[in-house]
Design a protein around this ligand. Structure first.
Ligand code: PAF
Length: 280
């Protein structure tokens, strides 16, 4: 469906016939990570709707909007093979018609991690997700935990605005070498692959250290930094150890914490995260 009207009437017909709808919003250039969200949708609801929309408002002026990978034909084959019932592919004119003036901004969550280096990003995400939820009217929507901060932002927005949809998080899907799946991995040249995998290595190494009793967040961050910087192609944006609910920085690890990393490898800005729990 390429129009808001078509999507709306599909969704209201389903709702009137008592069917539940799972929604997976995406920006396309799909990979196994996206497909895992769709498969989860299949398990949890009667129908699965996927959206494909490269949302311009969540990209900063110096970011990769124009270069963002797109392959609609391949995406459609993949969703069809995964048993998705409907795909919504609006264009920017419909999503942001002339005169559009509403945005949704959160006070605290975006003041951490990616929100600091990507000003306006989460405002763009919250606004487009709210609009997509208003159009698709799903019973539940599924988001990957790789974009952990995005998941928290969406959950908070849905709670604050009483949007009456269940927000479900789904685990990160990784390549065989540990690299978290992302549409932006296609920017990586062959010789940058090892550097890209250093994010996962730093996270798994940190997890081991915390399990073995390390409680200092600074020590964990310093060794992760050293491991990543051993690869000359990397530029660290942040390495953070923080509260998994508020994203506030943690200094002493005395319960589960979120370790989150963002690193530029060549043209690709990669993010990854893991929950570290003392003693486990
Ligand atoms: O995670 C993404 O692909 C995007 O941020 C989303 C949720 C589809 C909003 O544009």
């Amino acid at each position: 469906m390429r129009t808001i009207d078509a999507m709306r009437s599909y969704s209201s017909t389903l709702r009137q016939s008592g069917k539940t709808i799972a929604f997976v919003p995406t920006m396309g250039f799909l990979h196994e990570g996206h497909l895992s969200l769709m498969k989860k949708g299949r398990e949890l609801a009667d129908r699965v709707v996927v959206s494909i929309f490269v949302n311009p408002t969540q990209f900063g002026p110096s970011e990769d909007l124009a270069a963002y990978p797109r392959d609609e034909a391949r995406d459609l084959e993949m969703v069809e093979a995964t048993g998705v019932d409907a795909v919504f592919i609006p264009d920017a004119k419909q999503m942001y018609p002339e005169g559009f003036q509403t945005t949704i901004s959160l006070k605290a969550l975006p003041a951490h991690l990616c929100g600091l280096s990507r000003p306006g990003h989460f405002e763009g995400v919250a606004t487009v997700v709210a609009k997509l939820l208003g159009i698709v009217r799903p019973h539940l929507a599924i988001f990957g935990e790789k974009d952990y901060q995005q998941l928290l932002v969406v959950r908070q927005m849905v709670r604050d605005l009483e949007l009456n949809v269940d927000i479900i998080g789904a685990p990160i899907v990784r390549e065989a070498d540990g690299l978290a799946m992302s549409s932006r991995n296609m920017y990586l040249a062959d010789d940058q692959r090892k550097a890209a995998c250093s994010l996962y290595q730093a996270l798994t190494e940190s997890k081991k250290r915390v399990k073995a009793g390390e409680i200092s967040a600074d020590t964990i961050i310093a060794s992760a930094e050293a491991l990543i910087q051993a690869h000359p192609d990397t530029r660290i944006d942040y390495i953070a150890v923080c509260d998994p609910k508020t994203l506030d920085a943690v200094t002493a690890i005395d319960g589960p914490v979120l370790m989150a990393i963002a690193v530029k490898v060549g043209r690709a800005r990669l993010i990854d995260n893991m929950i570290l729990t003392p003693g486990t």
